[in-house]
Design a protein around this ligand. Structure first.
Ligand SMILES: NC(=O)c1ccc[n+]([C@@H]2O[C@H](COP(=O)([O-])OP(=O)(O)OC[C@H]3O[C@@H](n4cnc5c(N)ncnc54)[C@H](O)[C@@H]3O)[C@@H](O)[C@H]2O)c1
Ligand SMILES: [Zn+2]
Length: 361
């Protein structure tokens, strides 16, 4: 039985369907949105298209499939232009719908194209990584990278639905599953103490990829993300808490030359940012220790593989897109289950806390 979570926004609502073979619901979602079945245009990650040919052909039917080379470099204006050309050739009009099958790269890219083609056409997300299923595919942020940084050009564009077919996840390497779990720890830590306990109690089943456990994990994550987004779609306030672990995490990701997975960097970012919260009396030491222990038990790194220069970490934090008026913005925990944004983190504070994730001598 597929699970369903609704995203309710002031101007639209859409379902997230989670289950084995959930892909079979694609046509009913397309028809319910008012799009024409003839206008379906499928964009898929090349690696996923190869691994899941039969599953994807159910959606493509007799139409062309547009594939995107795996990797962050595909999230570019050049790739967006290539998709625009293909949309034009296929005569996809305002009643068309782009179906994005892949991880966050394909979802962000195809979502951006859907949000801008003819000033916005429908878009269906079919995330195939855990990261995309529990985070990227929900919430309507789309975009591409430029030479000036990640996600520099983008639009808010909500999908007509999200289909998480658990069969796709079966081919995901263990390292990518663990990386996705960092976002799950993030959601629990900022919003749901009982869910954090659930991770502690179910770490073994999660890592074994027990189907019922993964289904529950994804459903609880998307419910948290949907709730936060419904209260603050455009990140005017509350949505900022989703950036917990991401200010220092993005700095690490950038300085490590994208050698580490995004989720691995977020895990390290949460550990370091927790020390800021502890230092300010916002989070008890036991809370920080608990999260570090959970990160370790889910097979994520708790230390960097090589030493980084704290001054460079600070400089990278200062370049973060989230900053306003020159101040570094960060979301830190206020106990387990709550978070708040701060904009007065200092160079000295970040240089001190980054030591907790440096390699042991
Ligand atoms: N829009 C948002 O709100 C949001 C939120 C979080 C992350 N993101 C973005 O998401 C991107 C990261 O997403 P990601 O971690 O999914 O990375 P990704 O899309 O690069 O996928 C990771 C790798 O997994 C492979 N892959 C995908 N599905 C697979 C499967 N089922 N089996 C085997 N291999 C598979 C891909 O080919 C790729 O090599 C980043 O660009 C990030 O900025 C966006
Ligand atoms: Zn993230």
């Amino acid at each position: 039985m597929a699970r369903r979570v609704m995203v309710e926004l002031p101007h639209c609502r859409y379902p997230i369907v989670i289950g084995a073979w959930a892909i079979s619901e694609w046509s009913s979602l397309v028809l319910a949105s008012g799009a024409s079945r003839a206008g379906v245009f499928v964009v898929a990650d090349a690696c996923v298209a190869e691994l899941h040919r039969a599953r994807i052909s159910q959606v493509v039917e007799d139409k062309e499939l547009t594939t995107i080379a795996s990797g962050e470099t595909s999230k570019s204006l050049a790739e967006a232009e290539r998709i625009y050309q293909a949309l034009g050739a296929a005569r996809v009009g305002r009643d068309g719908v782009i179906v994005a099958i892949g991880g966050g790269v394909v979802g962000d890219l195809a979502g951006f194209v859907a949000g801008t083609w003819m000033r916005g056409i429908r878009f269906l997300q079919v995330p195939t990584t855990l990261e995309a299923a529990i985070d990227a595919a929900v919430g309507g942020k789309t975009g591409v990278n430029t030479a000036h940084g990640k996600n520099m050009v983008g639009v808010f564009h909500q999908p007509i639905g999200v289909i998480v077919d658990l069969e796709f996840l079966a081919t995901l390497p263990d390292r990518d599953v663990r990386a996705g779990l960092a976002e799950s720890i993030k959601h629990a830590a900022i919003r749901d103490p009982a869910f954090l306990e659930w991770h502690e109690a179910n770490a073994g089943a999660i890592l074994r990829r027990d189907a019922a456990t993964l289904g529950e994990l994804i459903a609880r994550n998307v419910a948290i993300k949907a709730d936060v987004v419904s209260r603050d779609e455009r990140e005017a306030g509350l949505r900022e808490i989703l950036n917990y672990g991401h200010t220092i995490g993005h700095a690490i990701e950038h300085l490590m030359g994208y050698e580490l997975r995004h989720g691995e960097c977020v895990a390290l970012g949460m550990i370091a940012e927790n020390e800021i919260a502890v230092g300010r009396g916002l989070l008890a030491r036991e809370g920080a220790d608990r999260i570090r222990a959970l990160i370790a038990s889910l097979g994520l790194p708790t230390r960097l593989p090589t030493r980084l220069d704290p001054a460079e970490i600070w400089a990278a934090c200062q370049h973060d897109k989230k900053n306003r008026g020159g101040a570094v913005r960060m979301a830190v925990l206020q106990g387990i289950g709550a978070a708040t944004a701060i904009s007065d983190a200092t160079d000295a504070e970040v240089s001190r806390v980054i030591e907790v994730v440096m390699p042991l001598p």
